[in-house]
Design a protein around this ligand. Structure first.
Ligand code: 5GP
Length: 179
């Protein structure tokens, strides 16, 4: 389970960590619209809210949460199948979701990716250019509360500060290999 606030560099870390560790990636479902360059079924299953609700009602989500006014959830079956096959599977999910997984899969490993500072996070979000200034302010507020909640949850065994991308990737790969 990898959690970190929006803009912290999770996606870059996860995509490299996958390549270097051989772990598979859990593709989440979301009701948010794709960003430029994102592929349906690879980055997310982009679905509408009634399809999402149906999946939740049918018990098909391992966990789900509402983040920034959109729904995000982990389809359970691919995770169970990977675990049964003895594979490592990476879930990139928020704290609310990770807490649900901690109850269902107590042997999972929880990694928190944190920014070196809130200023660094703001520059990254601004540089990405995919959110409006108002959305950036909202995401910064959410980032503070997510980092606080993550600390309070007590589920994260590993904290990786992303001040150097390559070093952060190496640390995550080391945790996956060690676990
Ligand atoms: P983004 O819109 O930037 O891709 O993701 C926004 C937030 O949703 C991030 O904190 C990300 O970790 C979280 N997220 C992505 N997929 C899932 C999921 O399946 N479940 C939960 N609980 N959070 C998710």
């Amino acid at each position: 389970m990898i959690t970190g606030p929006s803009g912290v560099g999770k996606s870059s870390i996860v995509s490299q960590a996958r390549l270097r560790s051989g772990a598979v990636f859990s593709v989440s479902a979301t009701t948010r619209k794709p960003r430029p360059g994102e592929q349906d079924k690879e980055d997310y299953f982009f679905i509408d809210s009634s399809t999402f609700r149906n999946m939740v009602d049918a018990g098909e989500m391992l966990e789900w949460a509402e983040v920034f006014g959109e729904y995000y959830g982990t389809p359970a079956r691919p995770v169970r199948q990977a675990v049964d096959r003895g594979e490592s599977i990476i879930l990139e999910i928020d704290v609310q979701g990770a807490v649900q997984v901690a109850r269902k899969l107590p042997d999972a490993t929880f990694i928190l990716i944190a920014p070196p500072s809130m200023d660094a996070l703001k520059s990254r979000l601004t540089g990405r250019g995919s959110e409006t200034p108002r959305q950036i302010d909202k995401r910064l507020g959410e980032a503070e509360s997510e980092l606080r909640l993550a600390g309070e949850s007590g589920i994260y065994q590993h904290k990786v500060i992303n001040d150097d991308l390559d070093a952060a990737i190496e640390k995550v790969v080391a945790v996956i290999n060690q676990e």
